[in-house]
Design a protein around this ligand. Structure first.
Ligand code: FAD
Ligand code: NAD
Length: 479
């Protein structure tokens, strides 16, 4: 006899565990199945995000940023430190401690909320039957009125650079180097390439990023990607666009990458290579032939805007479905589905998913880029404010970047906000809130911001839309 639940969630990454906790809060008898084993072979919750993604990368970004700050910038503000050195094994150990605490925290939350936890692999069959195989090989049949698939994603591998244990690694490997590679090659100058490239560049690696596309950071506003390219270059990251990796050759403890660019065939030798060319949805071993769940042509589980698959009562959320592969997008989908199962009618606003690149300065945006607004044919106005004119940024000795607000010319409604600067990841939330409430640039301009804060940069950019910024010479851009 199958064990019966109201809801079974498959996968305890951010999308899955949010769904399970919300479902339990709503009084649904909920189970979650999670197969992750950590480096010690122990079951771990939190998925990619907590184990090998958002959290460990931010722990290393913060540690490496503090190292550079202490080494290169403390003296500017009168804090004298004799010698600053990086203890990489300690940084990695601290990162693992943070991960351990958080993944245990998620397990605790699931438990406290009364979610039944199954550690092992789930396979979905017709009629929402779930075949569960525990890590010890024992099996159990589960069944539910609703199943939420949240099986996430894994890194894309490319034939010219197959992963090796030590030399050619993916993001997971790059979060665990025990020593600083003198020469680091990164294939792909996307978000992971830039974040992990930054970590190791700050700690002393010579970093070369080989990017296939001719454009740098195509999803970002052009003004943002131009500024970012300039700043990363200044930090020592060598970003080579329009390169095609054709092969790699391991020789002892170094690896040579062969690639072509506008000048023909090239090669370069590194101590480590990180392959960061994107992630793909993960459904291996998940779907029985009779599951009734369809994949699209790129391997994502096919869902409608409410995350319902074609199989009755089967939903899918997070990286395994269309949309940006971001933890917060999956979390909101998980919550939406749990509430829909409980009879409520929430939806996710896919137009307002914030994007953040946690380099220094940080880069964050929400809504449309100026180029997208232009392509839509809408008349618009732009307000920008350089962080160099922010009192708080000056006081902080950290003035790189700008805030930019793009607003509809007729209605003044904010269409997009783009920020390059320290703490952009925090500031973008203000823009998301304003845009959720369909604010105009004037609304933001009429809102009082505490002084002195970096957020005043956003306030000034909103004022600049209509030429009213106080701390810059306004050159109103008419569009
Ligand atoms: P996942 O987190 O991938 O979780 C899926 C879970 O399902 C896994 O635990 C897996 O073991 C389990 N599973 C799969 N199949 C089965 C099965 N059949 N049975 C049982 N369990 C199964 N996003 C951000 O928003 N901000 C960031 O700063 C950020 N940084 C990142 C840094 C790195 C280096 C990486 C790699 C990713 C980063 N991401 C970031 C992306 C983020 O990690 C993902 O978007 C997020 O984890 C997706 O959540 P998910 O729940 O959909 O899937
Ligand atoms: P990405 O899509 O951001 O970047 C991959 C880059 O690799 C692209 O610029 C692409 O053009 C390039 N590329 C693809 N094939 C290539 C090849 N053969 N040679 C050279 N370049 C090639 O993907 P990612 O950086 O791997 O990150 C994966 C996902 O994880 C992203 O979708 C992102 O949303 C998520 N993530 C988010 C954050 C964050 O929110 N801060 C951080 C890390 C990862």
């Amino acid at each position: 006899m199958a064990k019966k639940f109201d809801v079974i969630v498959i996968g305890a990454g951010p999308a899955g565990y949010h769904a399970a906790i919300r479902a339990a809060q709503l009084g649904l008898n909920t189970a979650i199945v999670e197969k992750w084993l950590n480096a010690e072979g122990k079951p771990a919750y939190g998925g990619t995000c907590l184990n090998v993604g958002c959290i460990p990368s931010k722990a290393l970004l913060e540690a490496s940023h503090k190292f550079v700050d202490a080494r290169d910038h403390y003296a500017d503000i009168g804090v004298m430190v004799d010698s600053v050195t990086a203890d990489v094994p300690k940084m990695i150990a601290r990162k693992e401690e943070v991960v351990g605490n958080l993944t245990k925290g998620v397990a605790g939350l699931l438990k406290t909320n009364g979610v039944a936890m199954f550690e092992g692999m789930a396979k979905l069959h017709a009629g929402r039957q779930v075949a569960f195989t525990a890590h010890d090989g024992s099996t159990e049949d589960l069944e539910a009125d609703n199943v939420i698939i949240a099986t996430g994603s894994v890194p894309v591998e490319i034939p010219p650079s197959p992963l090796t244990d030590e030399l050619i690694v993916d993001s997971t490997g790059a979060l665990a180097f025990q020593a600083i590679p003198a020469r680091l090659g990164v294939i792909g100058a996307g978000i992971i390439g830039l974040e992990l490239g930054s970590v190791w560049s700050r700690l002393g690696s010579d970093v070369v990023l080989l990017e296939a596309l001719e454009n740098f950071l195509p999803p970002a506003d052009r003004q943002v990607s131009k500024e970012a390219a300039k700043l990363y270059k200044k930090q020592g990251m060598d970003i080579r666009l329009g390169t095609r990796v054709t092969g790699t050759e391991v020789n002892g403890d170094e690896v040579t990458v062969m690639y072509t660019d506008a000048n023909g065939d090239q090669s370069e030798t590194f101590d480590k290579i990180i392959v960061a060319v994107g992630r793909r949805p993960y459904t291996e071993g998940l779907l029985g032939a009779d599951s009734g769940v369809d994949l699209d042509e790129r391997g994502f589980i096919f869902v409608d805007e409410t995350c319902l698959t074609g199989a009755p009562g089967v939903w899918a959320v997070g990286d395994v479905v269309r949309g940006p592969m971001l933890a917060h997008k999956g979390m909101e989908e998980g919550i939406m589905v749990a509430e829909r199962i409980a009879g409520q009618l929430p939806s996710v606003n896919y137009d307002l998913v914030p994007s953040v690149i946690y380099t220094h300065p940080e880069i964050a945006w929400v809504g449309k880029t100026e180029e997208q607004v232009k392509a839509d044919g809408d008349e618009y106005q732009v307000g920008t404010f350089p962080m160099a004119a922010s009192g708080r940024a000056m006081a902080n000795n950290d003035t790189a970047g700008f805030c930019k607000v793009v607003a509809d010319k007729t209605t003044d409604r904010i269409l997009g906000v783009h920020i390059v600067g320290n703490h952009a990841s925090e500031m973008i939330a203000e823009a998301v809130i304003a845009m959720e409430f369909e604010a105009s640039a004037e609304d933001l301009g009429l809102t009082m911001f505490a002084h002195p804060t970096l957020s005043e940069g956003l306030h000034e950019a909103a004022l600049a839309v209509s030429g009213h910024a106080i701390h810059v010479a306004n050159r109103k851009r008419k569009k």
